[in-house]
Structure formats: structure tokens, C-alpha cells
Design a protein around this ligand. Structure first.
Ligand SMILES: Nc1nc2c(ncn2[C@@H]2O[C@H](COP(=O)(O)OP(=O)(O)OP(=O)(O)O)[C@@H](O)[C@H]2O)c(=O)[nH]1
Ligand SMILES: [Mg+2]
Length: 641
């Protein structure tokens, strides 16, 4: 009779615990992906830096939003005669940006609010706060410099000199900065989760005075801890994951003598912010969307505890010397992405007064200052009015023309508007061409995503208290009316006209919620535990469901099947009966038969799960050491090599 023997190069003991926990998961690959993903990146558009820096060592800054064509022309006309919308920092007569900011800040502290009191016109400068290359690739060396590895995982540490810093001297070799870690980690994180392994069962026999032959008494191992994801209402970003990215549930305790079963491993609960989208690393499809505080999803169930020898006692084998290993807990890398759960999003060009607007309509206290990109991270505020009406409003970093190509910051955070039901588009009325600014921002929204562009929105023309804004209001209004919009005018600072804007936004919100109601009814019933259910289903895979592939050059046969792999992993080769059981299972589930059918030959290698064996035809000699008495009568068993 044909037989299998296990090669001496893989002693059973060594194979008892596998290195590859999850056959479907390639940890090397996922590491690679992770590094790839989190790399600070160089701008995709090579032409972009030419707009940021000028040859001759001078950085350029943008004044108002330049005409769109300017972004497409690689070499701009910087002659003093040209009516270019860009000025050189050196032209402003101010030494460095830090100096300017200091001057400005000190003037604010002294209460010198008047814009005209500023020696420089920060209001007019866009690019001095460094244009970040977003969504681009960095060199390998940079990757090493910018990341720090803690506990084997990647914790993003931005080592650049920070936001707003100018590279002095040589401009040719200037490297663009990635987005600072605090911004990058605000709404995205990559974490590792692992469910606990089951505890091992043990072989033990009852030994007691006056109880001869007490029988097997080895207890089962405890179940491994589960991994849960839970929405924590007090979190509003994913920044806590900068402190640690590894989450491992505890392993079950091993069984003990006297029929004592092991304790269950400790569960791990990973807290995420409301609005977190969970994907498996490197995959597109969404595993979970966790929206509401208190929602809890069982993601990975812990491994089953191995059975002790008491569980193997049968009529034909009253002294079983066999126990199982605990089942390994599944593991995976997850990519978390936060999309804020806000009803209304405030969008607009930098410095338009978005944060001022949020600060006057809600209790939020975002940073407000007279320079672009004051807001680096989205702010949330709850607006309550008419006693019972409330809505959550998000103020987003300013959007600059060319944002989709990596200019400014706003594009990074636009995804947070995806969950908003309506948008308030704040236009800076004091800008030279408000309608140009309006169009530029609209274009950016459209380029980011068509769905976003289709969201209902209202236009709030801000800073109407300023003479410039007041003058251009009528022409702006007419132009927009021609296009079918009815803009609102307001002075966020003086709190004038804001009520109308809030009411209009609320009305849009109400309508869109009504329209969505039916749809929400179906999505809310989504099963949050479906990942765990899938894992459990895989665990129930039948042992006789396998495939065989043959590599004729190395004379190797691969027998693959989830059920078989799990069986191999849980077999504890230290116990003598394990080998017999293993051989019996291969025979019983048809592996031997199928191999013979396919033409396996003496000396061929057969790999089942992580067990490597050599096929042995020469076990015919009855009565030899090959012949062992199995639980099902006299059978010829292949021998260990
Ligand atoms: N005169 C006047 N100034 C305003 C008004 N609203 C905002 N400002 C000023 O405009 C400047 C920019 O305001 P922010 O609220 O920081 O503008 P923002 O759109 O949030 O800017 P970023 O966060 O940089 O995109 C501040 O100096 C405000 O005081 C307004 O209605 N009238
Ligand atoms: Mg702001």
C-alpha cells in the first residue's frame, strides 16, 4: 500500500508551530505596501515646482488666485511690467517669512487689527506658506529619514522643518516637503490587528491514591481573545494611532491536568473616530464603515483552544496520548480612513473667512488669522438654532487653484466633505476678482470628485463690511444670478447676514436628508460582524475539500485546502498519537487516493499545509514496523522517515 513519510529535514517538533500564520496573507507584501503608502511623496507633476520656486534663489508667492491659465504655462512672465498675479518674496521688501509672521503676530497681540497697519500685505500672499507636494513620491533615502519605526511598525514622524519653512539658499536642489505628520495622520492610519491564538490542550492522566488508572485528564486550551473595532464618540481624528499601531489580543491559556481548561485570552478593542472607513491594507473594497458612537464590530475572532487528551478518549482508545495545538488567531493590516461625519461643509479659498464663520455660528474656536492656510486641519462645530434645530458643520482648510495638483492643503481634506449633505461656499468679497476665486474653487471641487460637485451648496459672499467687497458685491451677485445662483452676502466678523446663510444651509440639509431617508434604511442594517463571520466560515472549511498541484521538475506535490491546513497547524507533533491520527486523516479524506490516482511515485515530495513528506511505496511488509494498529483496526501506516 502506498504511503507518505515525513522528511527528516522537517522534524515534526519544528513544524508544530508555523511561521506563516495566515496562508492568505503575505506579511512581507503588506509591509511593502504600507511603506509605499505612507511614503512622503514627490509631486506627480514635475512642472509644479517651477511655480513654487524661481531660478535665482527666490521663492515666489501667490497673491490672489492667479488666472487659471497661469498654472498651465510652465514658465511665467515675472517681469515687473507684466500684470502677473505672482510676486517675489524679495519684492515685498520683507526679509523672511518668519519675520513677517512675527511682525504680524505681534501687531495682533498689540491689538493693531487694522490691515493697513501691517507693513506688508500678508493678505495678498498665498504661496509663502510653502506649497506642499501632496500625493507624490519620495526617494528611498527620504523615506528612511522621514519615518521612524517603533515596535516594528511605522509611526509617522515628520522630520522636516515644518510648515511654512523656507529653504534658504540653493533653490535648484530644493526638495518639496511631504505633508507634516500631524496632518497626514489626522484622517488616515495603518494598523496591525491580530486575534489571540488558542491555548494548547495537554496530555495528562489522573494519578490519585486509590484511583488506579484514573484515565486521561488533560484539559483544553482557552480560546484566543477577539479583536473589536469600536466607535468612540469623543475621538475626532485618527491621531491617537501615531502612538501605537499594533493591536494584539491575548492568547488563550493552555489546558492543565485535572481536566482544567485554559482561560480565554483577553480581547482587544480598537477605538476609532465616528466616520472611520476600514479597508484591508492594499485593497480597494471597504470592510467596514463605522459611523455612530457606540457601534462595535467583531473583526477577528480568536483562535479555538486545542483539545486536551481527555477529549480524545474513546471506547477503543482509553489512554490517548494526543492533544491539539491551539488554533492560530487571524491577523491583518488595516487601513483606516476618517471621513468626518458633518452635515454641512464650509469650503472656499484660503483666508476667505471660513473659520470666522464657523466661530460665530457655533461654539467652536478655530484659529483665525489674516493669512492663508491658518486652518491646517478640519474643525467641527455644532450649530444650534430655533431651539430644536442642530447641524454639525465642518470648516476645512482653504482650497487653492491647482489643489488637485498638490497646491495648498485643501485637497487633502476634501474627502471630509463627502459625507456632508450640503456645502457653504465662502467667497472672499475683498479679493480683486471674487468670481474668479469662486470659479477656481468650484473647479477644484469638480476635479476632486463629481459627486462632490453635485452636492447642493450655497454661496456666501463674505467681508461685505469692507469697501472693496461692498463695491464688487452687485456685479458678483449679477454674474451669479445670470448663472442661476442666488448668493448671500454676509460679514462673518460683524455677524451680519449669517442667520440667512445658516437657515439656507439647514434647508438644503433637510431636503437632502429627506431624499436620503429610504436609502439610509437599507444601509443601516449592514452586518458589522461580517469579517468575523467570513473567518468563521473559513474555519469550517471541509477537510476533504482540497486541491493538488504538481511540480514535475522538483517532483513535488502540493496539497492545499483550508481545512487541511488548519488541521496541520493544530496537530501537536510532540505527542506520539498525533502522527497516527495525521496519517489516518490523510487516508480518510482521500489525499492518498488522489495522489496515487495522479501518479505519485516513490521518493516524491508531498507538501500538506506546512508539513513536508516523502511518498513511500515500500510499506508493504506486514508485521514490520510500518504496520501499526490504528483505532480502526489493523492498517498499514506509512512510516516516518
Ligand atoms: N473685515 C472682515 N474680515 C473678515 C471677515 N471674516 C473674516 N475676516 C478676516 O479674514 C481673515 C481670515 O479669516 P479666517 O476665518 O482665518 O479665514 P479662513 O478662510 O478660515 O482662512 P484659512 O483657514 O487660512 O483658509 C481674518 O483676519 C479674519 O478676521 C469679515 O466678515 N470681515
Ligand atoms: Mg481657517
Amino acid at each position: 500500500m502506498a504511503s507518505l513519510s515525513i522528511t527528516s529535514s522537517f522534524p515534526p517538533q519544528a513544524l508544530a508551530r508555523s511561521n506563516t500564520r495566515n496562508p492568505n496573507h503575505n506579511s512581507k507584501n503588506s509591509n511593502f505596501n504600507r511603506n509605499n503608502k505612507l511614503k512622503p511623496q514627490r509631486a506627480k507633476h514635475k512642472s509644479a515646482p517651477s511655480l513654487v520656486t524661481l531660478t535665482g534663489g527666490e521663492a515666489t508667492t501667490y497673491t490672489r488666485l492667479p488666472p487659471r491659465e497661469d498654472f498651465t504655462v510652465p514658465l511665467l512672465d515675472y517681469s515687473p511690467q507684466s500684470s502677473s498675479k505672482e510676486v517675489k518674496l524679495s519684492d515685498s521688501g520683507v526679509g523672511t517669512m518668519e519675520d513677517e509672521t512675527e511682525v504680524y503676530r505681534s501687531s495682533i497681540e498689540k491689538g493693531e487689527e487694522s490691515e493697513s497697519s501691517l507693513e506688508f500685505n500678508l493678505h495678498e500672499d498665498y504661496g509663502r506658506f510653502q506649497v506642499f507636494g501632496v500625493g507624490s513620491d519620495f526617494d528611498e533615502e527620504e523615506e528612511e529619514a522621514d519615518y521612524e519605526t517603533v515596535n516594528g511598525g511605522t509611526v509617522n514622524v515628520y522630520e522636516g522643518n515644518g510648515f511654512g519653512e523656507e529653504e534658504g539658499g540653493e533653490i535648484e536642489g530644493v526638495k518639496e516637503k511631504g505633508v507634516p505628520a500631524v496632518m497626514r495622520c489626522f484622517d488616515s492610519a495603518k494598523i496591525y490587528v491580530k486575534a489571540g491564538d488558542g491555548g494548547n490542550g495537554v496530555v495528562a492522566f489522573r494519578r490519585e491514591k486509590f484511583v488506579p488508572m484514573g484515565g486521561p485528564s488533560g484539559g483544553d486550551g482557552g480560546r484566543g481573545g477577539n479583536v473589536y473595532l469600536e466607535v468612540d464618540g469623543s475621538m475626532n481624528s485618527l491621531l491617537p494611532f501615531r502612538n501605537g499601531v499594533h493591536f494584539r489580543a491575548g492568547r488563550g491559556a493552555h489546558g492543565q491536568g485535572m481536566m482544567q481548561n485554559g482561560a480565554k485570552g483577553e480581547d482587544v478593542v480598537v477605538k476609532v473616530a465616528p466616520g472611520t472607513v476600514v479597508r484591508e491594507a492594499g485593497r480597494e473594497e471597504v470592510l467596514l464603515e463605522l459611523l455612530y458612537p457606540g457601534q462595535r464590530a467583531l473583526l477577528l475572532p480568536g483562535g479555538r483552544g486545542g483539545r486536551g487528551n481527555a477529549a480524545f478518549k474513546s471506547g477503543s482508545n482509553k489512554v490517548p496520548r494526543i492533544a491539539e495545538n491551539g488554533e492560530e488567531g487571524p491577523e491583518m493590516w488595516l487601513e483606516l480612513e476618517l471621513k468626518l461625519v458633518a452635515d454641512v461643509g464650509i469650503v472656499g479659498a484660503p483666508n476667505a473667512g471660513k473659520s470666522t464663520f464657523l466661530s460665530v455660528i457655533s461654539a467652536a474656536q478655530p484659529q483665525i488669522a489674516n493669512y492663508p492656510f491658518t486652518t491646517l486641519l478640519p474643525n467641527l462645530g455644532v450649530v444650534s438654532f430655533d431651539y430644536d434645530s442642530t447641524m454639525v458643520v465642518a470648516d476645512l482648510p482653504g482650497l487653492l487653484e491647482g489643489a488637485h495638483r498638490g497646491f495648498g492643503l485643501g485637497h487633502e481634506f476634501l474627502r471630509h466633505t463627502e459625507r456632508c449633505s450640503a456645502l457653504v461656499h465662502v467667497v472672499d468679497g475683498s479679493s480683486p476678482q471674487p468670481e474668479l476665486e469662486f470659479d477656481a474653487v468650484r473647479l477644484e471641487l469638480e476635479l476632486f470628485s463629481p459627486e462632490l460637485a453635485e452636492k447642493p451648496y450655497i454661496v456666501a459672499y463674505n467681508k461685505i463690511d469692507l469697501p472693496d467687497a461692498y463695491e464688487s458685491w452687485l456685479s458678483f451677485k449679477e454674474k451669479l444670478q445670470d448663472r442661476g445662483f442666488e448668493p448671500f452676502c454676509m460679514s462673518a466678523m460683524k455677524r451680519e447676514g449669517i442667520n440667512k446663510v445658516i437657515r439656507a444651509a439647514y434647508e438644503l440639509l433637510r431636503k437632502s436628508k429627506e431624499a436620503k431617508k429610504e436609502f439610509e434604511g437599507c444601509t443601516n442594517s449592514a452586518n458589522l460582524n461580517h469579517v468575523a463571520d467570513m473567518v468563521q466560515k473559513q474555519r469550517r472549511a471541509r477537510i476533504d475539500d482540497f486541491e493538488i498541484s504538481h511540480d514535475s521538475s522538483s517532483r513535488t506535490w502540493h496539497v492545499t485546502g483550508l481545512g487541511l491546513q488548519r488541521f496541520v497547524q493544530m496537530t501537536n507533533w510532540r505527542y506520539i498519537d498525533s502522527e497516527r491520527r495525521f496519517q489516518h486523516v490523510l487516508e480518510a479524506c482521500g489525499v492518498n487516493k488522489s495522489l496515487m490516482k495522479l501518479g505519485v511515485k516513490e521518493g516524491d515530495t508531498v507538501i500538506v499545509g506546512e508539513m513536508e513528506m516523502v511518498w513511500n511505496d515500500s510499506s508493504q511488509g506486514s508485521g514490520s514496523s510500518n504496520t501499526k494498529k490504528g483505532p480502526f483496526g489493523s492498517m498499514k501506516w506509512p512510516q516516518w522517515e
